[in-house]
Design a protein around this ligand. Sequence first.
Ligand code: CA
Ligand code: CA
Ligand code: CA
Length: 475
Amino acid sequence: MKNPIALLTLSMLVPVTASALPKAPFPDPLPFPDILDPQPPPPPPPGGGELPPLYVSSPSTGDRTTSSVAVSWHNSSAALAGLALERAASEDGPYATVQCWQPMNMSMDFGKVAGAASTGDCINAAHPGSFVDSGRSADALQCYRIRVWDAAGTQMTSLPSCAFTRAREPNERVAPWQARLMIETGDVGGAGTDDFIRIGLNDHMSNIQPHGDATWLDYPHDDFEAGSAFTYDLNLIEDFDDITKLSVYKDGTDDWCVSRMMLVVDRDTVVEQDFTDLPDGCRWLAGKDNLFEISHDELRAMDSWREFASLPPGFSIENSALVSIVEGAVGHIGYSTELYWNGDDDGAVIDPVDADTLHVDIQASASVEDWFDPTVRIEFDADIVVTCEPNKALGMFDVTLALLPTDPRVDAEGWTAELGEFLACTFEWDWNCLEEELADTVAANLPEFPSGSLQLSSCPDVHVDEFGSIIFSLG
Ligand SMILES: [Ca+2]
Ligand SMILES: [Ca+2]
Ligand SMILES: [Ca+2]
């Protein structure tokens, strides 16, 4: 197993502050349909005739605090007599009215509207299209839907949208600098798999906030073989408390049995699962039962979760940790591109260039239909950029560190033109465009780590050593 970071730590000196980390800019591929995105109102009928009759569309959730959620919606139907915003503690309800709007000039008979709010509770005005729902509990799911009715008493109810209120105030939040998952595969017959595995740190459905923080796992070796264990770097998340669900999803038909897993965030173990007491000594993900989840409430009830304390990265980031991050990022991208790891010759090598530059050299393979799979080389230099600003309130310095790739380049081992021709670029008359896209995608996704903000008592000297590790020293 790879030792992530540093032999020495700054744990007594360096609290990690809450700060936003950039998120991966590429969309995560989801095997589930995104069916519940808030929708704009339907277009007016052709020819500019009458407005469509009563309609309703899902609300969307916006800013979240520890006690409120901003909700907005569309509805401008001419048939609308009243509109209610409803809330529940889960998607399935039961829903209760938060607020409703009923302009006086809309005549209607409330007696006909079963379940609608009473006349007295509605505001005598047109609905505003948005509402900040306050007085909520922290770190709790809030689900919203819209109910509308017309003057004849016809009602419609939208699909729900949900959001977790924030768990902590902004100055108390933790923006993790590292998230890793150790996975051990069971040792019984057929326990290993060659399927893709996706680890989710929150929901995969787009109507829930937060959602979509997930990583496809693939390193340049045969992953998830029986009896093996490996630690995977996961894509980072902006806010530790946005880990609202831990899921393990298997995409494919090769059954898999997991014996242990452990989620480690900022060097602190937050979730441990041991399935060795089960009949096969492991938990099967097989057939349609291909998803294992630990819910928000289960996570929050764990002692290891409640006792989470982020530890800083320490005095160095070892070369092996940097290589692991790069290989994890390429494996994740591989799920949605033609890039993949093929055998022991593939992988990443990171070498020093000078005191503040690393050279990254990735060898992977590309799958090409009806052809052989060429080897693909991706290379770039990564400049280490350090900022250090005084934090007067704390009498400390806010320090950030980023790896900025320069001049990424890709070569498909002598078969550049053929690779382009066989892949997506044919119609753009640019046989290299897939390669350029790959290089940009890889480069854009690598410098995520370590880019959190640290607080130090002085500005550090940061340099690359002869082994291609990053060393911090306090002046
Ligand atoms: Ca299997
Ligand atoms: Ca495998
Ligand atoms: Ca692999």
